[in-house]
Design a protein around this ligand. Structure first.
Ligand SMILES: [Zn+2]
Length: 274
């Protein structure tokens, strides 16, 4: 079931997903002319297909391999035969498949396998504009944003999602996310096209708030560590009790993962001051 169609500064978006709720069970794919960024989850294929059939698709790029972003790449390749591109680190998981937890299969479905081409330094759009891949590890090691300098657009994938993160995937890195946010904030853009929130006109300010929030949280975690608190105690004190997220995802998303990420960054910075 398609939930929403979006349009912002000539960029079209389609929000698809299975359950309407406050967690990220919907995902947006964006279309700029004949170029598509991300593909939605596999169980939304019929809606994605109808959207993509509205006009010719020449190229599809994904921001990272996760099933809600790259999930329909194989189906699109088989049916519409556009050029398929993905970050270097996404190619192996997209081609070979990757472990999906039960909640991921339920919410998103299981992606088909496909071997896309790697990303060139820039991808042409109509009218002389380009999409420039920007490496953005943290959420996943292959995460890549796409910058359009003329219009000041940043297609952020899962870099943003929320400025006040409370849960983290067990495979996300807080330290890398903070480094990436610092680097991305030096780029010249205005609008952030977030895969879950939609177009954010003041995108730089949103990413700045996220960076500030994470740095402050890391500071508070380090302070409590110095007072001898355990990871569990720090989590309880700063973020409160674990909610149902942790149980539904069998620990893949938790508050404790976020605190652990902050602790890892604090210890890294002590070992190896920035
Ligand atoms: Zn993701």
């Amino acid at each position: 079931m398609a939930i929403e169609r979006l349009e912002f500064e000539g960029v079209e978006g389609l929000r698809v997903g299975r359950f309407g709720s406050q967690i990220n069970t919907t995902c947006i794919l964006y279309r700029i002319g004949s170029t598509v960024v991300d593909t939605g989850p596999p169980n939304q294929w019929s809606v994605v297909r109808a959207f993509l059939r509205e006009r010719a698709v020449e190229r599809v790029v994904v921001t990272h391999h996760h099933e809600d972003h790259g999930g329909n790449l194989a189906a699109i390749g088989a049916e519409l035969k556009p050029e398929l591109r993905a970050p270097g680190g996404s190619i192996a998981p997209l081609a070979r498949g990757f472990r999906l937890r039960p909640y991921q299969r339920l919410i998103w479905g299981r992606p088909g396998r496909v071997r896309p081409l790697p990303l060139p330094p820039s991808l042409p759009l109509a009218g002389g504009a380009t999409l420039e891949p920007i490496r953005a590890p943290g959420h996943s090691s292959d995460m890549t944003c796409f910058l359009e300098r003329e219009r000041g657009w940043l297609f952020g994938g899962d870099l943003y999602i929320s400025s006040r993160t409370r849960y983290l995937r067990s495979d996300e890195s807080v330290a890398e996310t903070i480094d990436t946010l610092g680097r991305v904030l030096e780029l010249d853009f205005g609008t952030l096209f977030c895969s879950h929130r939609g177009p954010i006109p003041r995108g730089r300010a949103a990413l700045r708030r996220k960076l500030d929030f994470l740095e402050e949280l890391c500071g508070r975690v380090a302070e409590l560590l110095d007072r001898g608190r355990s990871e569990r105690e720090i989590t309880r004190e700063l973020l409160g009790r674990e909610g149902w997220m942790r149980w539904v995802t069998l620990g893949h998303f938790s508050k404790r993962n976020l605190v652990r990420g902050c602790l890892e960054r604090a210890l890294r910075n002590r070992r190896d001051p920035p």
